[in-house]
Design a protein around this ligand. Structure first.
Ligand SMILES: O=C1O[C@H](COP(=O)(O)O)[C@@H](O)[C@H](O)[C@H]1O
Length: 331
């Protein structure tokens, strides 16, 4: 499988594109200079565009992905707030942007050429909005509002409009700060990393009564950790067997194994990583993790071994302040 690793470095306003070899080694393919601080990124479901949120002039840029993985700017559209996270629905018809600073989530239609347009809906009042995550059924958008310790639930309409679900929100523990999410490939469970208390919550999505419920909450820090908790990102291997979450103060990636059903996590170990890991990702074959150090200005590649434990392979200098990693499988 040929893969490209894209990293966003807002301080130097660059996107680096790396070819990933079969053994996990990276070769630099392209450095794209961006007119603005480049932050969250996502590849379109059809795998033909990389969408990138930038600031301080809040907008989303659409980069066409060539057959070799290189990027060409193809369009841009305004966003209503500073983009902290962007994502699309499962069919690539709508782009969602969550804004921490502007406390909102927005919906932008994506036209038939793959280009995002101006937003058609903005929902305000989501203090510390940190991500927008559509479930595998493409029905419910989960929107963590970190400062309100809640995850708002919206039904996605055919026209892209979001309406509150009957169960309007999930309540996190007080002071938890829900931030990023991952879904199990079976569609039955979701995992949430909480920034402020560095815990991971497991939610059951398919209860008989239609309610979403929390079924487990786990401390992700080593037992001897006594610093300020500051978790950031969370990802699951494509087979659903291993989950990873990172904490920035300790510069650690916590390794979890996931039960067969997806309902129970167990900690397998802790991997020291690049300084202040704000973003990381897992390759499409489920064999490698790539983590970005916001303060080390490097990315590091790990091999996923037995029980999901990580083995460092190599580290690479990128731009300044790298904080987002996306891994794209070439057709
Ligand atoms: O990780 C964090 O994210 C928020 C929002 O980030 P931003 O890049 O959208 O400004 C940040 O303000 C918060 O302090 C931090 O922990």
């Amino acid at each position: 499988m040929k893969q490209i690793v894209y990293t966003a470095s807002p301080e130097s306003q660059q996107i680096h594109a790396w070819q990933m070899q079969e053994d996990g080694a990276l070769t630099l393919l392209q450095v794209t200079d961006v007119a603005g601080q480049v932050q969250p990124m996502v590849v379109s479901p059809k795998k033909d565009f990389l969408y990138v949120g930038v600031r301080p002039n809040f907008r989303v840029l659409a980069y066409k992905i060539a057959a070799d993985g290189s990027l060409t700017l193809a369009g841009e559209a305004p966003l209503p707030g500073s983009p902290t996270h962007i994502s699309t629905d499962r069919h690539g018809r709508f782009l969602f942007s969550g804004s921490y600073g502007d406390a909102c989530v927005s919906v932008s239609p994506i036209n038939s050429d793959g280009l995002p347009q101006a937003p058609i809906q903005v929902i305000n009042g989501l203090d510390g909005c940190h991500s927008a995550n559509i479930d595998l059924d493409n029905q419910t958008l989960f929107v963590p509002a970190l400062k309100q310790d809640r995850i708002c639930l919206y039904q996605l309409g055919q026209d892209g409009q979001l309406t509150p679900r009957q169960q309007t929100q999930l309540d996190a523990e007080e002071g938890a700060g829900p931030r990023h999410m991952a879904f199990h490939p079976n569609g039955n469970y979701a995992y949430v990393v909480n920034e402020l208390n560095s815990t991971v919550d497991v939610y059951a999505l398919k209860n008989a009564n239609g309610a979403v419920t929390r079924v487990q909450s786990l401390d992700m820090m080593p037992p001897d950790f006594s610093g300020t908790r500051w978790a950031a990102d969370i990802h699951l291997t494509p087979d659903g067997r291993h989950l990873y979450a990172c904490d920035r103060t300790s510069s650690t990636i916590t390794v979890f194994s996931v039960s067969d059903a997806g309902d129970t996590l167990s900690i397998e170990g802790f991997q020291a990583t690049e300084t202040q890991p704000r973003g990381f990702n897992i390759d499409n074959s489920g064999r490698f993790v790539v983590a970005a150090g916001q303060k080390s200005h490097h990315i590091e590649v790990y091999d996923i071994g037995e029980r999901g434990l990580l083995r460092p392979l190599a580290r690479y200098a990128v731009g300044q302040g790298p904080m987002w990693v996306v891994i794209h499988a070439l057709a």
